[in-house]
Design a protein around this ligand. Structure first.
Ligand code: GTP
Ligand code: MG
Length: 460
């Protein structure tokens, strides 16, 4: 293949920048820039780059990766030059004058894919690592890169192909004298197992939140929601006053506590609305409460706690006990620094029955705040462990492929129930296997491959 070159490190001012070359003439090109000195594979070489006229361009380190032992599977060279757009631009120009062609976005990874170095799901993982905005996203993309998705999907595809072998054997033999029985029980059993596995992967995907678990603050007006919200964020994001009804809209902000990301949502206090703005705010609060992964219920012992509680009861009805577990409700008794009325006995007995955490907190003295943070991170850890044994799918494209595979398998089961010929059942299973193969790229169409790699940046 012709040799491509690009700045792989970005061009922001930095101590070091990396220029990458890949292709048949990568070694020849770089040697032309270093007075033809030898380069041993996988060794760092300290060299000066020269123009053909003998002008020194930069003092650099060079590493040569001999095919097929490189990212792309081709002969490749990495040049570690001084950073900055002008210097890196000059080095790139030099290698292009010596015979390289500027790379298209994603061209290195496309070559890696075409040479069988990475599959599609790994290529997508690389892109996700580069674009990760928090530790969650980065960790999941790293797992995907290490092959978690490829292995899980290959196992499913092998199961479908095994099933097809059995069915096709029965079709082939059915032309003979002794009819081979169609493996009905096996198809039912195996198909259900595959469908179950796909369903688990989809469920884990639904539970996964790249931007962190949604922690919704609810409680009566003036109970201290915005104060606690600001405190966890570490800055004054929401307005705090002693006037009930200060917050009228929902406010979202991300925060990282003990390496876990959370999306905190402050809401309007639940109460009898005095005007239409408050009314709208309270409607939004209800929506946020329903979508919470963790609900922080703030109480200060005032009679307004009871009104808020009645609202929550009305919102959930008989489902309230379940909701307290499903969403993990955490109760917070605020303003622990001052003399406070006792909590409403009905609310207290609910907390005991549901075994929900109840924390005493003051944003004035910081009492209970460390405990609240560790409670939130403990809940986040427990949630991620619940889905640990299932491979986490984070890409929407992979979910669509799994969905399609699932539909095809269900269709084959329906064909089986309807007594249709074995060929019909096999056809649907073939389509399911192909849809699974599209995740790793074993049978991806050229359009899909192009669409994926075109989203890459230059130099990747
Ligand atoms: N003493 C004491 N006062 C607090 C504490 N937390 C909040 N407050 C006060 O309680 C009042 C209301 O606080 P906010 O945080 O605005 O309450 P809120 O729940 O957001 O109120 P709305 O937005 O009106 O629903 C303010 O005067 C705060 O200073 C606390 O831990 N101790
Ligand atoms: Mg508020």
């Amino acid at each position: 293949m012709y040799t491509i070159a690009a700045i792989a490190s970005g061009t922001a001012p930095a101590a070091i920048g990396v220029i990458r070359l890949s292709g048949d003439d990568a070694l020849g090109i770089i040697r032309r820039c270093v007075h033809r000195q030898e380069l041993t594979p996988r060794m760092m070489h300290h060299r000066v780059l020269y123009t053909p006229d003998g002008e020194a361009i930069d003092d650099v380190l060079i590493c040569y990766f001999k095919a097929p032992h490189s990212y792309t599977g081709e002969d490749s060279v990495e040049i570690y030059a001084h950073g900055g757009s002008v210097n890196l631009g000059r080095v790139l120009e030099l290698v292009c004058e010596a015979g390289a062609t500027p790379a298209q976005p994603g061209e290195f990874s496309t070559r890696a894919f075409l040479n069988g170095k990475i599959d599609l799901s790994k290529a997508e993982a690389i892109m996700d690592i580069i674009h990760a905005q928090n530790v969650h996203q980065c960790r999941e993309a790293q797992r995907q890169l290490s092959g978690s998705v490829s292995h899980a999907v290959e196992a499913l595809r092998t199961a479908v192909l095994n099933l097809l072998c059995h069915i096709e054997a029965s079709i082939d033999f059915s032309t003979e004298e002794d009819l081979a029985p169609f493996p009905t029980d096996l198809v039912r059993r195996e198909s259900s197992a595959i469908l179950h596995q796909i369903e688990r992967m989809k469920r884990a995907h639904d539970q996964y939140r790249a931007d962190g678990l949604r922690v919704v603050f609810t409680g009566a007006p003036n109970v201290g929601k915005s104060s606690l919200f600001n405190h966890l964020l570490g800055h004054e994001r929401a307005i705090v006053t002693d006037i009930a009804g200060t917050t009228t809209d929902s406010i979202e902000a991300q925060v990282t506590l003990n390496h876990q990301t959370f999306c905190l949502i402050d809401t309007a206090g639940v109460a009898d609305a005095q005007n239409s703005i408050e009314q709208l705010g309270i409607m939004r609060s209800r929506e946020q409460i329903r979508q919470a992964d963790i609900l922080l219920v703030l109480l200060d012992g005032q009679p307004s706690d009871r009104r808020m509680w009645d609202e929550l009861r009305a919102l959930y009805g008989d489902d309230i006990d379940d909701a307290a577990h499903r969403q993990t409700w955490v109760f917070v008794h605020t303003k622990a620094d001052q003399a406070r009325p006792d909590l409403d006995p009905e609310i207290l007995s609910f907390i005991e029955r549901a075994r929900s955490p109840l924390l005493n907190i003051s944003v004035r003295t910081n009492a209970g705040l460390a405990e609240l943070e560790s409670t939130l991170t403990r809940i986040a850890c427990e949630r991620s462990q619940q889905t640990e044994d299932v491979t986490l799918i984070t890409s929407q494209r992979h979910i669509s492929c799994l969905d399609h595979a699932s539909t095809c398998i269900q269709r084959s089961l329906a064909a089986l129930d309807a007594g249709l010929p074995a060929e019909c059942i096999a056809e649907d299973l073939h389509e399911a296997a192909q849809s699974l193969a599209a995740i790793t790229g074993a049978f991806a169409s050229e359009d899909i491959v192009n669409a994926i790699f075109s989203q890459f940046c230059i130099g990747k």
